[in-house]
Design a protein around this ligand. Sequence first.
Ligand code: GDP
Length: 322
Amino acid sequence: MKTAFLTGVTGQDGAYLAKFLLEKGYRVVGLVPRRSTVDRWRLEYLGIADEVEYKDGDILDLASLTRALKTTKPDEVYHLAAQSFVGSSWEQPILTAQSTGMGVLHVLEAIRETNPAIKMYQASSSELYGLIQEPQQSEQTPFYPRSPYAVSKLFGYWMTKNYRESFQMYSCNGILFNHESPLRGLEFVTRKVTHAVARIVANKQKELRLGNIQAKRDWGFAGDFVEAMWLMLQQEKPDDYVIATGKTSTVEDMCKIAFDYVGLNYQDYLVIDPDLYRPAEVDVLLGNPEKAKRKLGWAPKTKLAELIHMMVEADLQRVAKA
Ligand code: GDP
């Protein structure tokens, strides 16, 4: 039986990946920080909260990380923990750099110290492309980060590559484009919209305030994307891969899909709030998942409309229960 060690196990991707790995017969161990009460609602939602083992520790505390790896003895480490919301990274740039940037180096160092043969997945991000240098972004496209979050991810990307080249470690970057689900946090635009739709239907909310609705994203389903993380660690050689759907839509298009699903017109509820605009915007992202298709045999399964419908459905049920 293989053992996987996950940081960020209580987050969206951690929960889907833990479920995927448990189904593959893995022992799944999650690192859990004890700074505040740990919310396991996502693991409970997927019915796996009791099947995951938990270790106390924090990616900001190298000693705790090293100790957790020594006692867990994993075959694979999936590093998903980070301050992951772009918007907050302007409010807390230093914490973001420590968690989203330095956290990666702590994980790499802990692996190097305990057992450099452990395979490592780094959650890199399409936000690295920022001010895009090519209309469709692949592994070859130069990066141009546009937020403290993205600059921190850039550090993590290069450290992951550098440890591979310096110490022959099996460390991979998954450059994942936006990936959403009913388990997405409410701060992200897709979930903010689907949650608002459910509350408007239930008469608990009258309007939806958004910032830049012309921003375009390549949105996929998190449940599809976690399989690619695992596939990256099952290859002969470590490498970096773009994971995306290859389609892009505006925030406005996504809103329309969500409101149409419940028979409402989004224009009757949408209010543009200039305070929600970002200091520097990533206007458009569109990934090219060709290499992942060719080398990993991976392809996205869920279309944007299916994804948004799934999210609205889940929010309608939650709001009805609340
Ligand atoms: P990101 O791509 O990781 O930043 O994912 P988000 O879901 O946070 O944002 C996606 C896009 O939606 C960005 O271009 C935002 O500027 C835009 N957007 C417009 N209104 C909002 C809003 O109210 N909340 C968020 N989170 N994003 C918004």
